[in-house]
Design a protein around this ligand. Structure first.
Ligand code: IPM
Ligand code: MN
Length: 360
C-alpha cells in the first residue's frame, strides 16, 4: 500500500519525538512492504519565525494533499501574548477546519509495567482503567469566533458554545460504533442542568443511542464526572464529550495514569483523512527541549492510530502497540517517566528499541 503523509514536527519537543517515531514507521513499511512518502511540512513556531504565519498556504496545501497528517507538538511560552492567529496553536485549529476533522479519539489505559507511576492507589486501580474519550472538535467554544470589544465595565471578550444536531450526531455515531467493539457502554458528559447547548447535546445523543440498542448509554454532568473519574476510575469505558469538556477531561484521564506522554490522539474526518498527534499536544516543561529526555510513546501511538484509522492497517498498528508494550515491560524508559529499577534511555533510543523489536 502507498502511505502518503505529511509530518509536522511542530514546537518544543516535537522534532525529537517525531524523529524517534519516523524510524518506526520506516521499519513498519519495510516489514510489511508498504511504499512510504513523507512530506515534511513547516508549521507552528518554525514557520512563524520564517514567515510570520503558523500555517502558510504552501504548508496547508501539502497537508491537504496527504492522506494523513502527523503533528508532534504545539505551543510555546514565548508566544503567549500574541494574538491567536500568530500563535503555533492556530496551525492546529486551522488544520482541523481545513481537513474537515470532526471527532477526536483519545484512548487511555494503564500499562501494567508503569502502574506505580499513577497517582491513584492500588485499591482504586484494582478494577482497571481503560478509556476511550470521543470528543467533538467541530463545534463548541473552541471553534467559535472570538469577540472582543469595550463594554460598560471596560474591555470585554467572549466566545460562545455552538452546537447543532449534525455535529453532535457525527461524534455520537463514532462513540456508539466504537463502543460495540469495547464494553458496549457509553457515558456522555454535558452540563444539561444549565446550558442550552448541552440540552441539545443530550437530546441528540439519546436519539442516536436508540439506533444502538446493544450499547448502554448514560448521561452525567461534567463536574460530577470529573470527580467520579478519580474516585471510580474503573467505572468508565467510552466517554463522549463536547469540545471543551473533552479537552479538559481527557487530560484528567491521562493524568490518572501518571504517564500522560504515553497516548496518541486521532482527529478524524468522515472522508477517512486524519490528523494524528500525541494526546498531550502541548508539553508543559520547556526546560527539557532538545535534550532527548521525553518519551516519544504518545507520538508512536499516534502513528499506530494513523495506520489503523486512515490506512486500515490493523495488523501494523497492533504490532507497534505490542512492541511499545514489550519495551516498557523490559523497563526501558525515558527520563520524564523514570522510576526506580528502570533503564533510562534517550528519546531516539526508545524509538530504536521499538523498531528493533518488530520482527520481519
Ligand atoms: C488539545 C489541545 C488543543 C485544543 C489546543 C492546542 C488548540 O489542547 O487538542 O488537547 O484545545 O483543542
Ligand atoms: Mn488539550
Amino acid at each position: 500500500m502507498e502511505i502518503n503523509i505529511a509530518v509536522i514536527p511542530g514546537d518544543g519537543i516535537g522534532p525529537e519525538i517525531t524523529e524517534a517515531t519516523e524510524q518506526i514507521l520506516k521499519r513498519v513499511c519495510e516489514i510489511y512492504g508498504h511504499v512510504l512518502n513523507i512530506t515534511h511540512v513547516k508549521a507552528c513556531s518554525s514557520s512563524i519565525e520564517e514567515t510570520g504565519e503558523p500555517l502558510p498556504k504552501e504548508s496547508l496545501k501539502k497537508c491537504l494533499q496527504a492522506d494523513a497528517v502527523l503533528l508532534g507538538n504545539t505551543g510555546l511560552e514565548k508566544y503567549k501574548n500574541e494574538p491567536l492567529t500568530k500563535r503555533p496553536e492556530y496551525a492546529l485549529l486551522k488544520l482541523r477546519k481545513k481537513l474537515g476533522v470532526t471527532t477526536n479519539l483519545r484512548p487511555v489505559r494503564l500499562y501494567p509495567a508503569l502502574m506505580e507511576l499513577s497517582p491513584l492507589n492500588k485499591n482504586a486501580l484494582s478494577g482497571g482503567l481503560d478509556y476511550l474519550f470521543v470528543r467533538d472538535i467541530a463545534g463548541g467554544v473552541l471553534c467559535s469566533e472570538q469577540v472582543k470589544g469595550k463594554g460598560v465595565h471596560g474591555p470585554e471578550a467572549y466566545e460562545y458554545e455552538y452546537y447543532n444536531q449534525k455535529i453532535v450526531e457525527e461524534t455520537a455515531g463514532f462513540a456508539f460504533e466504537l463502543a460495540k467493539a469495547r464494553k458496549g457502554k457509553v457515558v456522555s458528559l454535558d452540563k444539561a442542568n444549565v446550558l442550552g447547548s448541552s440540552r441539545l447535546w443530550r437530546k441528540t445523543v439519546t436519539e442516536i443511542g436508540k439506533e444502538y440498542p446493544e450499547v448502554e448509554l448514560t448521561h452525567e454532568y461534567i463536574d460530577s464526572a470529573a470527580l467520579k473519574l478519580i474516585r471510580m476510575p474503573w467505572y468508565y469505558d467510552v466517554i463522549l464529550t463536547s469540545n471543551l469538556f473533552g479537552d479538559i477531561i481527557s487530560d484528567e484521564g491521562t493524568g490518572l495514569t501518571g504517564t500522560a506522554g504515553l497516548f496518541g490522539s486521532a482527529e478524524l474526518a468522515a472522508s477517512g483523512k486524519g490528523l494524528y498527534t500525541p494526546n498531550q499536544l502541548h508539553y508543559p516543561d520547556e526546560s527539557v527541549i532538545g535534550q532527548q529526555k521525553v518519551s516519544p510513546v504518545g507520538m508512536i501511538m499516534a502513528l499506530a492510530l494513523m495506520l489503523r484509522c486512515t490506512f486500515h492497517l490493523e495488523q501494523e498498528a497492533a504490532a507497534i502497540e505490542k512492541a511499545v508494550e514489550k519495551v516498557l515491560e523490559q523497563k526501558f524508559i525515558t527520563e520524564d517517566m523514570y522510576y526506580k529499577g528502570a533503564k533510562k534511555v534517550k528519546t531516539q533510543e526508545f524509538g530504536f528499541n521499538v523498531a528493533c523489536i518488530m520482527k520481519m
